[in-house]
Design a protein around this ligand. Structure first.
Ligand code: SF4
Length: 244
């Protein structure tokens, strides 16, 4: 049987040398940013590292990380343990620099995303996680249509049955997934949510989260904070049910 840890180590050694975007003429700070436990069961995919992450080579190291780990802590994870055991990566793994208008960081072009996609496919194939957390628009678009509104999906999970994941660990076909919603108030309906999650044994849950950057206003609106609380309630139940 293949050793997943050794295969991931081999992939990471190769990935660290990647300069594809530079070779295609894009400005990036070379040196991909990702982290992984030896046998991850949870995978988190963000958009791209920021300038701090590019220096220390630690995903979600700065302000976005504070808010992200506040959410994950509310779902029951300890930050240090999460970082040590989960797989943390991004749609594009090198810092793409500042945007030309000076507001925030540049969003990697679709071509750069395509250049980086084979790495993401191999990461997902080898990690084969039971829970996949998609953080921010670029990651969410891996599964959902570009026109999908955040308020339609934050607080929901897509569950892929075991046979779908077994036949294709790189599966992002919503038609093969069952949608689970935490649209009832988790404070009063936690028991029901728990039993719904527990009925979905095996397979893979995919949970979208908004981008936790302070530059994003979406998470600050009260109605959206309620959706985020629902997403956290779902993550908590999945974590407990799958012992993640
Ligand atoms: S962003 Fe991805 S494809 Fe581009 S250089 Fe970095 S690791 Fe390679």
């Amino acid at each position: 049987m293949p050793n997943r840890t050794i295969e991931l180590d081999g992939l990471h050694a190769e990935l660290r040398t990647c300069r594809r975007c530079l070779e295609e003429g894009y400005w990036i700070a070379p040196g991909p940013v990702f982290s992984s436990g030896p046998a991850p069961r949870v995978m988190l995919i963000g958009q791209a590292p920021g300038p701090t992450e590019a220096v220390v080579k630690r995903p979600f190291n700065a302000g976005s990380g504070k808010r992200l780990f506040k959410w994950l802590t509310e779902a029951g994870w300890d930050e240090a343990e999460f970082r040590a055991t989960a797989y943390m990566t991004a749609v594009t793994k090198c810092y793409p620099g500042r945007s030309s208008n000076g507001k925030g960081d540049r969003v990697a072009t679709p071509f750069e995303q395509a250049l980086c996609r084979p790495w993401l496919e191999q990461e997902l194939w080898l990690a084969n996680p039971q829970l996949l957390i998609l953080v921010g628009g670029l990651a969410i678009k891996l599964l959902y249509l570009p026109t999908t509104r955040l308020d339609a999906i934050i607080g929901t999970a897509a569950w892929f049955p075991p046979e779908v994941v077994a036949s294709d660990p790189w599966t992002f076909d919503l038609a093969q997934a069952e949608m689970i919603s935490a649209m009832d108030d988790p404070a009063t309906d936690g028991a029901d949510l728990s039993s719904v999650v527990r009925r979905h044994a095996g397979g893979r849950f995919v949970v979208p989260l908004p981008h936790p950057s302070g530059a994003s206003l979406w998470p600050n609106k009260p109605e959206n904070q309620a959706l985020i609380r629902r997403a956290i309630a779902l993550l908590r139940e999945i974590r407990i049910a799958k012992q993640l």
